[in-house]
Design a binder for this molecule. Structure first.
Ligand code: NAD
Ligand code: DAU
Length: 351
């Protein structure tokens, strides 16, 4: 059966892996990638699949309601996988409004367009909203986030994602829109913009620059290989139950400082440098305001109901990630040559 699926944010980190997976696995589907190509969107991420006959790219802004309505009037989508977002916590602290615009208003525009397009017959349709574990707030030393954990967002980024999650569920309950939501932990892997911890450190190690660790470095995250997240998204798109929420995680908690130690050692090995070279670059800097202490996902539901489990160990995934960044020097150089330098100088100047 042919299906037309709109993937938003497909030129970004996770979105590009989702687009590739769907294009390769479902040649009978039409995949439309809608992306504004912000600083985080990069069509280079999809170079290897951009000529696929079942792929098309549309440049556009989900905040622009008339553009979105026109797109939906021209193309009839069976499904929407919504990843487009402003995604970096530090940027949300500097400019919260941009996060409200894209993450909240942009999501509402898509919900309204889907509701209008599918009115009268919602059979076989799905609006799949990709969200984050950050909506649940911060954990102490013990415990895990369940699908039933009360929302407690604490950064402008997580508040905007929480708001969009609430709107998606409200459209399901109020208008019967067929929706599903997943909340995932920290992703890592190829194509991640080097503002996030892992690619930022690899980039700095390569260039012999300090590795900025916020606060005491004891903050904990649960890391998942990005291709495993894409696999979970594909599974939920096809097998997830309408109206449900699925938490996705890696069973893989690391304190930032321990993670950066491992990253330093693996990168030294990959570069043939003496062990300890990169650890010497570690620099503790001023903390992120409102920094969430610990995230950890209880992924029992998706394992039991849909059979999802991460496919590789963190050591394997990290080693593949390091190799990818060391080989794809053009990708990294193109990204870090322009506005990134300004962002970096601004973000880290008083730390
Ligand atoms: P990213 O920042 O790498 O990519 C976001 C993409 O959205 C970019 O291609 C960008 O150009 C596009 N975009 C931004 N604003 C837009 C707009 N107004 N209109 C159209 N396109 C726009 O983000 P990511 O890390 O790939 O995250 C993707 C999604 O997954 C986000 O919704 C994020 O909240 C969620 N998520 C991310 C993680 C993670 O660890 N990165 C974990 C859980 C959930
Ligand atoms: O949990 C899922 C979330 O993970 C996603 O929803 C977000 O889109 C994604 O950006 C990520 O958020 P984090 O804030 O956890 O990721 P980040 O890579 O920015 O930071 C990871 C940890 O490392 C966090 O505790 C802050 C710390 N850190 C980060 C940077 C950029 C540092 O110590 N130094 C840094 O320079």
């Amino acid at each position: 059966m042919s299906k037309k699926i709109l993937i938003t944010g497909g030129a970004g980190f996770i979105g590009s892996h989702v687009v590739r997976l769907f294009l390769n696995k479902y040649p009978e589907y039409q995949i439309v990638n809608l992306d504004k190509l912000t600083y985080a969107g990069n069509l280079e991420n999809l170079k290897d699949v951009e000529k696929s006959p079942n792929y098309s790219f549309v440049k556009g802004d989900i905040v622009d309601a008339s553009f979105i309505n026109k797109l939906f009037a021209e193309q009839r989508f069976d499904g929407i996988i919504h990843l487009a977002a402003e995604s970096h916590v530090d940027r949300s602290i500097t400019n919260p409004l941009a996060f409200v615009e894209t993450n909240v208003i942009g999501t509402l525009n898509l919900l309204n367009a889907a509701k209008e397009q599918w009115k009268g017959n919602m059979d076989g349709k799905l609006f799949y909203h990709i969200s984050t574990d950050e909506v649940y707030g911060s954990l102490g030393e013990e415990g895990f986030f369940l699908e039933t954990t009360a929302y407690d967002p604490r950064s402008p980024y997580s508040a905007s994602k929480a708001s969009s999650d609430h709107f998606v569920r409200a459209y399901h309950h109020t208008y019967g829109l067929p929706t599903v939501v997943s909340n995932c932990s920290n992703n890592y892997g190829p194509n991640q913009f080097p503002e996030k911890l892992i690619p930022l450190c690899i980039h700095n190690i390569k260039n012999g620059k300090p590795l900025p660790i916020y606060g005491d470095g004891k903050y904990t995250r649960d890391w998942l290989w990005v291709k495993d997240h894409a696999a979970a998204i594909e599974l939920i798109y096809h097998k997830g139950l309408i109206g449900e929420t699925y938490n996705i995680g890696g069973h893989n908690e690391w304190k930032n400082i321990d993670l950066v130690h491992l990253l330093c050692d693996q990168t030294d090995k990959a570069l043939g440098r003496p062990q300890g070279t990169s650890r010497a670059l570690i620099t503790f800097v001023k903390d992120r305001p409102g920094h969430d202490k610990r995230y950890a996902i209880d992924a029992t539901k998706i394992k039991k109901e849909l059979g999802f489990e991460p496919s590789i160990t963190f050591e394997q995934g990290l080693s593949e990630t390091i190799d990818w960044y060391l080989i794809n020097t053009d990708w990294l150089d193109n990204i870090t040559s322009g506005a990134y330098a300004e962002y970096y100088a601004q973000q880290y100047k008083n730390r």
